[in-house]
Design a protein around this ligand. Structure first.
Ligand SMILES: Nc1ncnc2c1ncn2[C@@H]1O[C@H](COP(=O)(O)OP(=O)(O)O)[C@@H](O)[C@H]1O
Ligand SMILES: [Mg+2]
Length: 231
């Protein structure tokens, strides 16, 4: 469904991804892991067209999207919840959702309701300003917003980063639910091996801008994998 072929990505003269290749099968939950600074966020930005690809190719659903604008990739079915759950803090939860609804040709009022069905914990806060929500609630809002465009693949960048342990389980739950109930494929950047072990069908581990290991859930048990993730 998503195929990344040997991409190079750089910030000016600082190259971050070096011939990185990976695939995400349709409907799967694929986990991208690796230590801080190895290029996970850079990879997601390249997939969304937020950063240009210098070499290589990205194919999504049979379309070569390598040079497409971000909004055209969204139209084809890619959804993206960036690292750090950026919401509009001055707007209410409801308004945060409405903004996406107004901006998306494909979205309807029912896509907003469906998004809230996946994240029912948001319902009591619809009239609260997003800035007053807890980190976990803001993360859920950020994920709910992406669902409004009805993506067929969702890119989630460290949704559990900086979130307290009790809420991490809630977020893990919602990711599992949205994956199972909507059938959306998920590309999840996640540092917690335990969470990956519970959710992932497949995984890749990135080190220094390259994929150094890829496999399915059972391969995650390999001690060598833990080795690649510890600092
Ligand atoms: N805007 C930027 N300009 C220059 N270098 C950057 C920028 N953003 C990230 N980097 C560098 O790119 C590398 C990969 O970053 P990133 O993709 O954010 O890593 P990860 O998400 O795996 O922690 C890091 O060395 C980081 O310092
Ligand atoms: Mg990152």
């Amino acid at each position: 469904m998503l195929e990344i072929e040997s991409i190079d990505v750089a910030y000016g003269r600082a190259q971050v991804l070096f011939g990185l290749s990976m695939t995400v099968p349709p409907g799967s939950l694929t986990c991208v892991m690796g230590r801080n600074g190895v290029g996970k966020t850079t990879l997601l930005k390249a997939i969304m067209g937020v950063l240009p690809v210098r070499k290589g190719r990205i194919t999504f659903d049979g379309h070569d999207v390598t040079r497409l604008k971000t909004y055209d990739r969204v139209r084809l079915g890619l959804g993206y919840a960036p690292q750090g759950h950026e919401t509009f803090p001055q707007l209410t939860v409801w308004e945060n959702l409405r903004v996406v609804l107004e901006a998306s040709p494909k979205a309807t009022k029912s896509s907003l309701d469906e998004a809230l069905d996946v994240f029912p914990a948001l319902r009591p806060f619809l009239r609260s300003k997003a800035g007053f929500l807890s980190g976990g609630q803001q993360q859920q809002l950020s994920m709910a917003r992406t669902l409004i465009t009805r993506p067929s693949m969702l890119l989630l960048d460290e949704p559990t980063e900086g979130i307290q342990p009790s809420v991490i389980l809630e977020i893990e739950d919602s990711i599992e639910r949205l994956h199972k109930e909507t059938g959306v494929a998920v590309l999840l950047v996640e540092q917690y091996l335990d969470l990956a072990l519970r959710l992932a069908d497949n995984f890749v581990i990135i080190d220094a801008g390259e994929v150094v290991r890829a496999g399915d859930r059972t391969d995650l048990q390999d001690p060598a994998v833990r080795q690649l993730l510890t600092v």
